[in-house]
Each structure stands twice: as structure tokens, then as C-alpha cells.
Design a protein. Structure first.
Lengths: 483, 94
């Protein structure tokens, strides 16, 4: 990719975690039996009237505020008309012309390159559509489709970025940062595997240095962050190939095939879709008073950026540690809980960033947080500090068991008989025999080669099957050789 | 506001009417006459055109869960059902 620059914009849909739907009191529980969370309003039966859920509006505004958007003082809801069976009303209530939030930005971490601002074009509120199950390999092959309207009418926000993203990696980092913020403000659980966060990507290429946009394609069916990254990497290569051959990129919607690792043309986008939008006469417009917006702003929790700075200033952590720890709310909460019980922030940070994250990474990327109680890490660290077990035992034996069985560190230490030997009378005999068996090494030490101490301690550990307290052994050998 | 021959052609495509160039020009001219009338009317108005019929604002409900319809009632008017779902004919793209 020496000749072209990728220009990427994302459209992200996030289901809001309200208890009831946007216009009716039907529950929004995921995984309920099909068509059991429906009523005349969300089924679009004649004569039914929608009533806006206040929390859906508040969650949208809070998202906008967290993304540094301007909040509209006056807004309304449009009917976006299109004929498709996942919409029982044959229109979707959306905000084509008057989005609640516009003109924001999100600063994303770019490693050594610092940070990058990605513009947010809009955040608007709309209703989720029903779920279609197509009887066939693809929608085109299907002979019929089955519709479940449990999902229809769940409040949904659409977040549209400016075309500021320049690589597949940046797109992934942006999505991770966005998900983090949305989870921090607790307006959605953002579970991609349950469809509560979905992403479409628009991508075009242009010669490096050019300011003119190329023809873009839209990629759909991106069901994980990994899929977003892989699909964009593929599409960048594909479009570059087309352009290098002197051909034109077709304006089209493309489907990401996860198994084959390719994008496939779905339909042409030669003409922009026309939805015949007009203001929904059944939903009254909203005037958002400055006091109400101010109240919602005051209710926002500490956001990742502010928390990162507090971790640096308050706990004295390096910037890198603070960045990693605040990259998810669950992890930052876990860190703070552990520090309450074991007041050595850097040690706690080291444990989380290395050993704990290594175990967490083995899980699915969607798994939330750390599946350990903060109190159990506190207990583990105390066991090391008290000399009951050494660090190696803690890392190699106790921690994996904690993840696997959920047992307490003390219980694991007891069951496995890992208590260190800290009784000098038990160690004296072993030390004496190790020194006797290694006269040359002893002479080296006495001759000034301090380094051989490690070997001698190691021999004692070997004899005691790793149970001897290494610090105590070290002290005892030194004492013995002084005599 | 006015429309072009190309816009009329596109409008025709959307409703599956294959318009000739001559027809597109003729319909554009006719529609532009109507649009001109509308412009004349609007230019005489002191206030902005009404976007929404209701003068009410901010009518919202609290986020409370109620009881949904029983599944049998949900599906009662379905032409066809299968596995508790509405069964619909194959979905065709344009």
C-alpha cells in the first residue's frame, strides 16, 4: 500500500439497555422465546399509538455528551419508509433530519504515535427492527423467511463517524474505544455476539496526497472487531488491485464472508436510497431544555480519559499502565477494588497487566471483565508478602487454579500443600548437605563470586521441591558461610 | 425548487416506469410549474412552513415494563406461521 490511502467511515448501531422498548412497555430481554415480547404498538397494528421512552432519549444524549457532541435543542422523529418484512409498520422511526447529537469527536490511543481524533458526524435515536431467519444459505437463496419481532422496537442509536479513519487497525481501535465509553456510561452492554453492537464500514481509496474522495463500498455483516479489521484489510487490498489495473471501483454494498475471508458484492449503490422521510405525526417533537441537558451531563460517570489521568496522578502509575487498566471499565474497577485491599498500586497493576490478562486473553474477546473476585487477588498477594508461597508458585500453580475452579488462593495452597518452609530448623539440614555437596561453589563464593549464591539457593529449592522460602534460604546460607 | 429531467427519469425507475427522454422533459416541465406555484405561495408566508402538526412537546413515558401480548394473539393474524415465527415469502432485492 505505497500508492493509496484508505478513507474509512464507520456506522455503528448500539442497542440501548432500557428495560422496555422505545415506544411501548414490552420487555427487551435477550434470548426470550420468539414473538413473546410484542404488543400492538411494536407490531404496528392499526390504531396503536407510540409513546417515547424518556430513558432512551437520555441514553442517546448521554452518549452524545460522552462523545463531545452538540445536543440539539429542538428535534423530532421521522418515518423512514421502506418495504421489508423486518419492519411490521413498513417504516422505521428514525432521525434522518434532526439527529439528537452532532459534531463530536473521540480521541483514540495510537500507541507511540500518541492519540488521534476521529470526528463523530452524528448520534441519532431510532427503533430496532425485527430479526429475520432466512431459510437458505443466503437471503437471495432463501425460499422463505421467518420473522421474530421480539427485537422490533428496542431503542437503537446510530453513531456515524466522519471519514477520518485511515487503516483497518485504526478502525478496530476506534471501535474498542467507543465500546469502552458506551460501557462506562452504562447505556448499553455492547455485546457484539448478541447483536447489541453492530458495525458497517464505508471504505474508499485515493492516491496518497489527494484530497478528493474515491468511490466507496459499504461492508456489512461485521460481527466482531476481528471481522471489522480483516474485512477492511481485505477490501483495501481488493480496491488497490482494481485501481492498479486501471479499472473503477463499483459503488456497492459488499457482504463479509468470515469463513472465506473475502467480501462479496451484494447490491449496487449507484443511486442513493430514497426513504420518503417525513415527521411522524404520532410522536411529538422534543425541546431539550439546557437544564435537562446539564442534569444528564452531571449524571455522567468519570470517563476513560479522566480515569486514566487520575490513575497516573493518584496512584503514581506510568501512563502505559493507566492506559491498559482503563481500557475497560471492568478492569479499571477490578484494579481499584484490589488496591483497596492491597495498597501497592504498581504491584497490583503488574499482576493485572501480565498474569491476569494472559488468562483473560485466552477467553473470547467479548467476555466482560475479569472472572475473579478482587478479594481473591488481594489474598494471593498477601500470601506472597507473608512468605506463605513464592511468586513462582503463585503464578504457575495458584493463579491458573483460581481461574479454573474459582477456589480461594488459601484453599488451593492448602490442598496442594504449597506452604513454603519458613521454619529454619527444617531448612538447616538441607542447607548443610547442599554446601557439603558443592565445596567448589562455596569456595567461589568465599573468594568473592556473589553470583553463585543463586545456584546454592536453587539447589536448596530443588531439594525441598520448591517449598523453601528463597529469601530465608538466602539469608541462612550467607549467615552460615560467614562462620 | 425545481426538478431536472434526470430526476424525473430516476423517479420513473423507482416506480418501474420506463420514461423516454421526451416524456422525462415533459413531466419535468409540468412538475416545475406546480413547484413554482408552491414556491410563490411559500415566499408570501411570514412564518416558516409547519413541520409538525402538533403543538405538543416532550410527551414521554417512564421506562417501565408491562405485559406483552400472548404469543397466540401476536400470531393470530399471520397468514402463515412456522416455529412460532411469522413466515413470509422470499425477500427479493431490487
Amino acid at each position: 500500500m505505497h500508492d493509496f490511502e484508505a478513507v474509512i467511515g464507520l456506522e455503528i448501531h448500539v442497542e440501548l439497555s432500557t428495560a422496555s422498548k422505545i415506544f411501548c412497555s414490552c420487555p427487551t430481554t435477550f434470548g426470550a422465546e420468539v414473538n413473546t415480547q410484542c404488543c400492538p404498538v411494536c407490531l404496528g397494528l392499526p390504531g396503536s399509538l407510540p409513546a417515547m421512552n424518556r430513558k432512551a432519549v437520555e441514553y442517546t444524549v448521554k452518549t452524545g455528551l460522552a462523545l463531545n457532541c452538540r445536543i440539539a435543542q429542538h428535534t423530532w422523529f421521522d418515518r423512514k419508509n421502506y418495504f421489508y418484512p423486518d419492519l411490521p409498520k413498513a417504516y422505521q422511526v428514525s432521525q434522518q433530519d434532526a439527529p439528537l447529537c452532532t459534531g463530536g469527536c473521540l480521541e483514540i490511543p495510537m500507541g507511540e504515535k500518541g492519540t488521534k481524533k476521529v470526528g463523530i458526524n452524528r448520534v441519532h435515536l431510532e427503533e430496532e427492527v425485527g430479526k429475520s431467519l432466512h431459510a437458505g444459505e443466503t437471503i437471495i437463496d432463501a425460499v422463505y423467511s421467518l420473522l421474530d419481532y421480539n427485537r422490533a422496537g428496542i431503542p437503537l442509536i446510530e453513531i456515524v463517524t466522519e471519514p477520518d479513519i485511515r487503516s483497518a487497525e485504526e478502525a478496530q481501535v476506534f471501535l474498542e474505544s467507543l465500546r469502552n465509553i458506551v460501557r462506562y456510561i452504562e447505556v448499553s452492554d455492547c455485546k457484539m455476539q448478541e447483536g447489541s453492537l453492530r458495525c458497517d464500514a464505508n471504505i474508499s481509496l485515493r492516491p496518497k496526497g489527494s484530497t478528493v474522495f474515491g468511490t466507496k463500498t459499504e461492508i456489512k455483516n461485521l460481527n466482531s472487531f476481528r471481522a471489522v479489521r480483516r474485512a477492511l484489510e481485505y477490501e483495501i487490498k481488493r480496491q488497490a488491485g482494481v485501481l492498479k489495473d486501471g479499472l473503477a471501483v463499483e459503488a456497492e454494498t459488499r457482504h463479509w464472508d468470515e469463513q472465506k475471508g473475502i467480501t462479496i458484492a451484494m447490491r449496487s449503490k449507484e443511486h442513493a436510497s430514497y426513504y420518503r422521510c417525513f415527521a411522524d405525526p404520532n410522536l411529538v417533537p422534543l425541546d431539550l431544555a439546557a437544564e435537562w441537558i446539564g442534569q444528564m451531563e452531571a449524571e455522567l460517570p468519570e470517563l476513560p480519559g479522566a480515569r486514566r489521568q487520575r490513575f497516573i496522578d493518584g496512584y503514581g502509575l506510568p501512563e502505559y499502565d493507566a492506559q491498559v487498566l482503563t481500557s475497560s471499565k471492568e478492569m479499571a474497577d477490578f484494579f481499584e477494588e484490589v488496591v483497596k485491599g492491597y495498597n501497592d498500586p504498581k504491584t497490583v497493576s503488574n499482576w493485572i497487566m501480565t498474569d491476569i490478562l494472559r488468562h483473560v486473553k485466552d477467553q473470547d474477546e467479548e467476555t466482560e471483565g475479569i472472572p475473579l473476585a478482587p478479594a481473591s487477588l488481594v489474598e494471593l498477594l498477601q500470601l506472597i508478602e507473608q512468605g506463605t508461597i513464592n511468586r513462582n508458585q503463585a503464578k504457575e500453580i495458584v493463579l491458573p487454579e483460581m481461574f479454573e475452579d474459582g477456589k480461594s488462593p488459601r484453599q488451593i495452597v492448602k490442598e496442594k500443600g504449597l506452604e513454603q518452609i519458613s521454619d529454619t530448623s527444617q531448612l538447616e539440614g538441607v542447607i548443610a548437605s547442599v554446601l557439603e555437596a558443592n565445596p567448589d561453589v562455596v569456595q567461589d563464593y568465599l573468594g568473592g563470586r556473589e553470583k553463585v549464591m543463586g545456584f546454592l539457593v536453587g539447589q536448596v529449592l530443588k531439594e525441598t521441591k520448591g517449598k523453601a522460602n528463597p529469601r530465608l534460604v538466602n539469608e541462612m546460607i550467607r549467615e552460615k558461610l560467614k562462620q | 425548487m425545481s426538478v431536472t429531467k434526470q430526476e424525473i427519469k430516476r423517479l420513473g425507475e423507482m416506480i418501474y416506469l420506463d420514461l423516454t427522454d421526451g416524456e422525462s422533459v415533459r413531466f419535468a416541465d409540468l412538475l416545475n410549474l406546480v413547484l413554482k406555484k408552491a414556491d410563490d405561495l411559500l415566499s408570501g408566508l411570514k412564518d416558516k412552513p409547519l413541520r409538525h402538526i402538533s403543538q405538543l412537546r416532550n410527551r414521554m413515558r417512564e421506562d417501565g415494563v408491562g405485559i406483552p401480548l400472548p404469543k397466540e394473539k401476536v400470531l393470530a393474524n399471520a397468514a402463515e406461521t412456522q416455529d412460532g415465527c411469522f413466515r413470509v415469502p422470499r425477500i427479493l432485492e431490487d
